[in-house]
Design a protein around this ligand. Structure first.
Ligand code: PGA
Length: 243
């Protein structure tokens, strides 16, 4: 599996332009978007890119990838808060549709069932955009997640909890809900994003190591619509390419 390797300085523009392409081809795109550090530079670019390209997300539906359990509504580390403040609130017009997880109700498992039903009701996922966890997770599908893992409540791995502290949740949540591997693999197209030296080793394992639930991102290689878009630093193990 060969990734598309983009110089780090050009990487956010490249991903934003690709998203604009997809929206031009299908204005009612149903797109599942990640939170975390990786997509932030793309989200910063996207409003201007969409304006330049004269496309909008007015008819698109944004679907959440995952969410923490136990953080109050509006907590800045919550995935829905991150997505709203870093992307949705910056877009004019805002995306016409939104599918999230109702994690403020009493039954997170029921929220997962409702989430899947809502995704089906909008016609299924055209595109899932994923960051790559340092432990190989995608969404909150932690190591040990099989390809048929459903949308579900998950216990978070230690490195995922450490990341949550970095986003401002201290103490970090112990559990979350996530679109399952099955739902990711059912999307028509998948983009796996990875940037920076800390992702180099796990990216290499995901792309060139064994296909195994121990590295959930490796399972994406079974999908014919997978595109891996990485910066040159993650792709080369820490040093920018000189060519
Ligand atoms: P990051 O997280 O983008 O903040 O590195 C990715 C992930 O853990 O899925």
């Amino acid at each position: 599996m060969k990734p598309e390797i983009v110089p780090a300085a050009a990487w956010p523009d490249r991903v934003a332009l690709l998203l604009a392409d997809r929206l031009e081809a299908k204005p009612d795109l149903v797109v599942c978007l990640p939170t975390g550090a990786t997509p932030l530079p793309v989200y910063r670019r996207l409003p201007a890119t969409l304006l330049d390209r004269r496309v909008s997300m007015a008819r698109a539906t944004v679907v959440m990838l995952d969410e923490y359990l136990g953080l109050p509504s509006g907590h800045p580390a919550r995935c829905d808060s991150q997505l709203r403040s870093f992307l949705l609130d910056q877009l004019d017009p805002r995306p016409g549709g939104f599918v999230g997880f109702d994690v403020d109700g009493p039954d997170p498992a029921a929220a997962c069932v409702a989430f899947d039903a809502a995704v089906t009701a909008v016609g299924g996922l055209d595109l899932v955009v994923l960051g790559l966890g340092r432990n190989g997770h995608v969404g909150m599908n932690e190591p040990g997640s099989a390809g048929d893992a459903p949308t579900r409540v998950v216990r978070l791995a230690p490195s995922t909890r450490a990341s949550a502290i970095g986003y401002g949740a201290d103490p970090p949540p112990t559990h979350g809900v996530t679109l399952g591997m099955a739902g990711i693999l059912a999307a028509r197209e998948i983009w796996l994003l990875a940037t920076g030296a800390p992702k180099a080793e796990i990216l290499h394992r995901a792309l060139d190591g064994p296909v195994t639930p121990e590295v959930p991102a490796s399972l994406l290689r079974h999908h014919s619509g997978l595109t891996v878009i990485t910066d040159d630093i993650a792709a080369t193990g820490g040093s920018p390419r000189s060519d």
